[in-house]
Design a protein around this ligand. Structure first.
Ligand code: ADP
Ligand code: ADP
Length: 232
């Protein structure tokens, strides 16, 4: 479902180039939850941002749902990105809009009929457990509730793939558990393939089917979670 082939990403600064990713190849099979774990500065964030081309790789191929995203026109890329959802550590909600309006936003941009928006947003808020919060503003929500809104928002455009950029790193352990359970539920019920990056071993052990370990821009190990973490 997601294939990164020989991805290298260099950042050029005045006098030097930083190699953030070095010849990274990985495949995330359809329907799986795939985790990439590594220390701060290892290249996780750069890697996940290459999947939807928020960062353009210096070289290599990015294939999502059978389509090579490299060299698409900006219009084609915008279309492909609609099927690639993303959630973030700090949620990135619109603070001047209610929960309902945050989730409705992309549907409104698409000129979806009003009644359809009403039903779809209500269903999504129900799915993420926020039936009672339609009219609240983000500032009045807990971290876990904000992440639930962000998840509902990204599901509004029917993604096939969900990218999770340290999605639980700002949350306490109990809330982390509940958000991971929600992600697992979404993965199973909606058959959405999930790629997540994290620096927390417990996140990987909790929900991932497969894992890759990244260090200094290179994938140093990759396999089933049970195999990778059974090493002494
Ligand atoms: P992680 O997410 O694992 O903490 P990052 O992908 O953020 O790692 O960073 C990997 C490396 O690339 C680091 O050395 C970081 O300083 C560097 N880097 C990331 N983004 C940029 C950028 N926009 N400009 C220059 N260097 C960057
Ligand atoms: P950081 O990790 O440095 O805190 P992010 O990578 O989370 O920042 O976000 C960078 C910016 O890109 C954000 O302002 C966000 O709104 C925007 N952005 C995030 N996701 C997407 C996406 N899927 N498509 C387009 N733009 C996005």
């Amino acid at each position: 479902m997601i294939e990164l082939r020989n991805i290298t990403k260099k950042f050029y600064q005045k006098t030097k180039a930083i190699t953030a990713l070095s010849d990274v190849t990985l495949t995330v099979p359809e329907g799986k939850i795939f985790g990439v774990i590594g220390a701060s500065g290892a290249g996780k964030s750069t890697l996940i941002r290459c999947v939807n081309l928020l960062e353009k790789p210096t070289s290599g191929e990015v294939i999502v749902d059978g389509q090579n995203l490299i060299n698409l026109s900006s219009k084609e890329l915008a279309k492909a990105r609609r099927h690639i959802g993303m959630i973030f550590q700090h949620f990135n909600l619109l603070s001047s809009r209610t929960v309902f309006e945050n989730v409705a936003f992309s549907l409104e941009l698409d000129h979806t009929p009003k009644q359809e928006i009403q039903k779809r947003v209500s269903d999504l808020l129900s799915l993420v457990g926020l039936d009672e919060k339609h009219h609240d503003y983000p500032v009045n929500l807990s971290g876990g509730q904000k992440q639930r809104v962000a998840i509902a928002r990204t599901l509004a455009s029917n993604p096939k793939v969900l990218l999770c950029d340290e999605a639980t790193s700002a949350l306490d352990p109990a809330t982390t558990k509940s958000i991971l359970a929600l992600l697992k539920d979404i993965n199973k019920r909606l058959n959405i393939t999930i790629l997540l990056i994290t620096h927390e071993m417990d996140v990987v052990k909790d929900i991932c089917d497969e894992v890759a370990v990244i260090s200094e821009g290179q994938l140093i190990e990759q396999g089933a979670v049970s195999e990778i973490f059974s090493h002494p």
